[in-house]
Design a protein around this ligand. Structure first.
Ligand SMILES: Nc1nc2c(c(=O)[nH]1)N[C@H]1C(S)=C(S)[C@@H](COP(=O)(O)OP(=O)(O)OC[C@H]3O[C@@H](n4cnc5c(=O)[nH]c(N)nc54)[C@H](O)[C@@H]3O)O[C@H]1N2
Ligand SMILES: Nc1nc2c(c(=O)[nH]1)N[C@H]1C(S)=C(S)[C@@H](COP(=O)(O)OP(=O)(O)OC[C@H]3O[C@@H](n4cnc5c(=O)[nH]c(N)nc54)[C@H](O)[C@@H]3O)O[C@H]1N2
Ligand code: SF4
Ligand SMILES: [Mo]
Length: 771
């Protein structure tokens, strides 16, 4: 059954109910089923959901949270949002050539992100030729030929950028980076540049590895888990089941967040009968309602309190043996903390009380095994890398790294964002990887580092990048400073997107633009060598396979690997001896090569298909810290905080419960009690009073930044909300327009999406409000 394209939803029926104090339970399951059934038939829904996260089934295309051991998986091993994500892909709606005849590119550019996504799956390759305002059908051969010609006509390979979003599987990612490097560039920007780049930078520097070292079992066995800057109830829902298990074993959890997120407060597990009725489990034993950007100050104060506790009781607080044998620069760090932490600054930066921070110290002192989890609330701040380094300092002090039940846990976003990096999607892969790649395929990979996401946009703006290819993702909505990014992309000579669904990036075109429609993860992938599967790596470094089950959305779809292999062959000919055709026919041959290039992947093909897959070793768990000096490093980090001038607020741009990154599924945010509109901004009642504004007023959000460009997001409804004082929250991507391209984290170059100083300007009666 083909469904009609959906109509543009109405945006002005805002309905506010009190924020929820618990997450999941029966309503969550009901919501997922409602959404799924609106998109697909009941049979389809059953087929996708029963295969989700099962051995031999489909890896959930949602977040990167790991699956339990094969033997302990539930029959419904997915969350409400995982069900929504997979059914968003399995929709029976279709975008056809007829659709593009009816809608010009300009018209599509005026549609909302929600509407574009609701039109359904892309079905045929399409081209927008120079001077035209319509996409028209094109054959695969001609489409890939156009791209290959454009690539060959560039003055330098560095005029091309190849973007990856973290849904791409290992095989496609490996082929893409190989193609880019064989072509001659390291310009491999990815979504990770906007996501956990700060985590990778800080962990790599201090521990010698950019990944977290914690497993699900460590989460279960921790005495104490700190959760900073993360909203697992919406963004990693099955993490709540793991936290429930931690609690059952007597562990404690402290939530550190400007918002009292429902999932952190109380959880009703829909997979357990007792979770469906009753009050569920209280997740957070303590909640520190921190101000945006205050985490560095909090961690430094906590580290000072630990040093002072050690002074009071020498030998009882710090793990001296661990510090002496496994770390470097402890004294410099301790001296720095003692001489720089100022309590007035800490209290101002965090908005917390000293008593609250001392409570946290006591919780730490009462715990042998501590895990620290974090996500975007930390990574998307100017001082993100310093903050995460300070987490490492904190963990090192009591030897909470490399032992069971303890360690750093950056909770990754996209289901395979970590795997894509392991496969070489990074503009600055280490030399060891480049050498192995060059040796395996007998070529000289380019030595110079490439451009990341923000630098690629800068290069587009000044004409240094002329070609853009996106493997999944929605570049113009994921990136900051929307009109600036759009201008950059429009300056390209050719833009091409390998996508499953229509999104805004398809409407922001270079002279020539191509839509290359591809198979989703839920679909059967049949190649010359038979039925294929792909592999992915979760947030805890477990690598496993994913097998598509559904019939493809259209007969004309090609797999990501097929598109990239054919494009590489057409562009490079036999310039580099890579068996592209063999890769396309049998992904096992790609995995054989990966096994020879990437450490930890020996015997990849056999191990990937074992139930549950295999775990990549993390040296930290063997007590090895592969930094330059072979030890974990304590670091000294300068105090920094987010300060808003009088009459201003700091804004974070975040996700609702009902969206997948740049794609809203509905206009609701159920756990926060917001229904019917995404153009809202959450502000504390005390700030509303101080600003002379009221709940329900309409305002523009205007960025305060040191250049002359006016950045304004128009027509937002104020919602009085219990967020930290001085801190506002509004949804991404509608507010990306407010984040200046140059407002980035030190070291990692990640846009500061969680720390933008704004003012609220009341909208005069009668002014028109855009959608
Ligand atoms: N359903 C769903 N799941 C997803 C995604 C999705 O869009 N939808 N996206 C996926 C991706 S790619 C990612 S990266 C993850 C993102 O997962 P999250 O990081 O949980 O996502 P955000 O909505 O950006 O939420 C940031 C959280 O940090 C808090 N926060 C903001 N600033 C600060 C701060 O300065 N300090 C502290 N302590 N807290 C702060 C916010 O209040 C919020 O709770 O989720 C993944 N999972
Ligand atoms: N202001 C602000 N900006 C942010 C953030 C924020 O919190 N605030 N978060 C940042 C973060 S953490 C991230 S990860 C980025 C996300 O940025 P991206 O990863 O670029 O964006 P997504 O929304 O995940 O991309 C969705 C699109 O991917 C395509 N797609 C989906 N599945 C597949 C598939 O299997 N194959 C292919 N080829 N295509 C597919 C579909 O066409 C869909 O429209 O955004 C970042 N931007
Ligand atoms: S927690 Fe993440 S990976 Fe697991 S089912 Fe939900 S969205 Fe999918
Ligand atoms: Mo992300």
């Amino acid at each position: 059954m083909k469904r009609r394209p959906a109509d543009e939803p109405s945006e002005n029926e805002l309905d506010i109910t009190p924020p929820k104090k618990w997450a999941a339970g029966v309503p969550a399951v009901a919501h997922a089923l409602n959404y799924s059934l609106a998109e697909t038939s009941a049979r389809h829904t059953a087929l996708t959901l029963l295969n989700l996260n099962q051995v031999g089934g489909i890896d959930c295309p949602g977040c990167a949270w790991p699956d339990p051991e094969p033997g302990s998986r539930h029959r419904n091993e997915y969350c409400e949002n995982g069900a929504k994500h997979v059914n968003d892909e399995a929709t029976e709606r279709r975008v056809t050539p007829e659709f593009f005849r009816r809608h010009s590119v300009t018209e599509l550019g005026r549609r909302s992100d929600l509407w574009l996504n609701q039109q359904g799956r892309l079905t045929e390759p399409m081209v927008k030729r120079p001077g035209s305002d319509h996409y028209e059908p094109i054959s695969w051969h001609e489409a890939l030929g156009l791209i290959a010609d454009e690539l060959r006509s560039l003055d330098s390979p560095d005029e091309a950028a190849f973007y990856t979003s973290g849904r791409a599987g290992n095989e496609a990612a490996f082929v893409l980076q190989l193609f880019a490097r064989a072509f001659g560039t390291n310009n491999l920007p990815d979504c990770s540049n906007m996501c956990h780049e700060s985590s990778g930078a800080a962990l790599h520097e201090t521990l010698g590895t950019g990944k977290g070292s914690v497993s699900l079992s460590d989460i279960h066995h921790a005495d104490l888990i700190l959760i900073l800057g993360q909203n697992p109830g919406s963004n990693h829902p099955r993490m709540l089941s793991a936290l429930e298990e931690t609690k059952r074993r007597g562990g404690r959890i402290v939530a550190i967040n400007p918002l009292p997120e429902a999932g952190l407060m109380r959880f009703k597990n829909p997979q357990k009968p007792r979770g469906v009725v009753g009050r569920g489990t209280v997740i957070a034993d303590d909640f520190l309602q921190i101000r945006l950007g205050g985490d560095l100050a909090l961690l430094q104060a906590l580290n000072l309190l630990l040093l002072e506790a050690e002074d009071a009781k020498p030998g009882a607080v710090l793990n001296r043996a661990f510090i002496d044998s496994h770390t470097k620069d402890f004294s410099e760090f301790a001296e720095h903390i003692r001489s720089t932490v100022s309590w007035p600054d800490v209290l101002r930066a965090t908005g917390l009380t000293r008593a609250g921070i001392e409570r946290l110290r006591d919780a730490v002192l009462g715990s042998e095994r501590v895990v620290v989890c974090w996500a975007m609330g930390l990574t998307q701040q100017k001082h993100a890398v310093a903050t995460i380094r300070e987490i490492v300092n904190f963990l090192l002090l009591r030897g909470n790294i490399g032992k069971p039940g303890a360690g750093p846990c950056p909770v990754r976003g996209h289901s395979n964002v970590q795997g894509d990096r392991t496969m070489g999607i990074w503009e600055k892969m280490p030399e060891t990887f480049m050498e192995a790649l060059g040796r395996e395929f007998s070529f000289e990979p380019p030595a110079a580092h490439g451009l990341d996401t923000v630098d690629s946009i800068r290069a587009m703006l000044d004409g240094r990048i002329k070609f853009f290819l996106g493997l999944a993702g929605n570049f113009v909505r994921a990136t900051p400073d929307s009109p600036v990014t759009e201008k950059g992309l429009r300056r390209c000579r050719l833009t091409a997107q390998i996508s499953t669904k229509l999104n805004r990036t398809h409407t922001v075109c270079g002279d020539t633009a191509l839509i290359l429609p591809t198979l989703g993860r839920s679909e059967k992938d049949i190649q010359a060598g038979g039925e294929q599967f792909i592999t992915v790596e979760d947030s805890m470094s477990q690598v496993h396979s994913s097998h598509g089950r559904l019939e493809p959305a259209s007969k004309q779809l090609l797999s990501e690997v097929a598109i990239l292999s054919r494009l590489a062959r057409m562009t490079l000919g036999d310039r580099v001896p890579v068996p592209w055709e063999e890769f396309e026919g049998d992904y096992g041959t790609i995995r054989d090569r990966i096994a020879r290039v990437v450490p930890g992947f020996d015997n990849y093909n056999a191990r990937a298909t074992r139930p549950g897959g295999f775990l990549l070793p993390n040296p930290v768990n063997e007590g090895v810290f592969p930094t330059a000096v072979g030890k974990a490093l304590f670091t000294r980090n300068a105090f920094e905080m987010l300060d808003a001038p009088e009459g201003h607020l700091v804004l974070q741009t975040l996700r609702s419960h009902d969206q997948w990154n740049t794609i809203p599924y509905t206009t609701d945010d159920r756990y926060r009690g917001i229904h019917g509109s995404r153009r809202i901004v959450m502000v504390n009642q005390r700030d509303l009073d101080a600003l002379g504004l009221s709940d329900g007023d309409e305002v523009d959000l205007v960025t305060v930044w040191h250049d002359d460009i006016e950045r304004r997001a128009e027509g937002f409804r104020l919602v009085a909300y219990p967020t930290a004082v001085g801190c506002a929250a509004a949804y991404y991507p509608e507010t990306n327009v407010l984040v200046p391209l140059d407002s980035v984290a030190d070291v990692s170059n990640t846009p500061t999406s969680k720390g933008v100083v704004i003012r609220l300007e009341p909208v005069r009666a009668g002014a028109t409000v855009p959608r």
